[in-house]
Write a protein of this length. Sequence first.
Length: 76
Amino acid sequence: MAATIVSSTYTLGTPQANGARYVTETHTWDGGLPPTVLEYGPVPDTIDHQAIADARAAGLMTGQAEIEFGAIINGA
């Protein structure tokens, strides 16, 4: 069974001169995988940071499923 992200959170950094911020996302997995931490920015404060984190989580889970599937078919 593929690993699943059970929570996706974000932390906003200090506002830059133009009001944009750096963002740190933390995606927590079930099954003992270490958290995936991503940093990006600076981005405007007006975007929906949680929507971005949630969309990224879906992509991360797809990538993890592909890795696990590859390990199964390659006999790892």
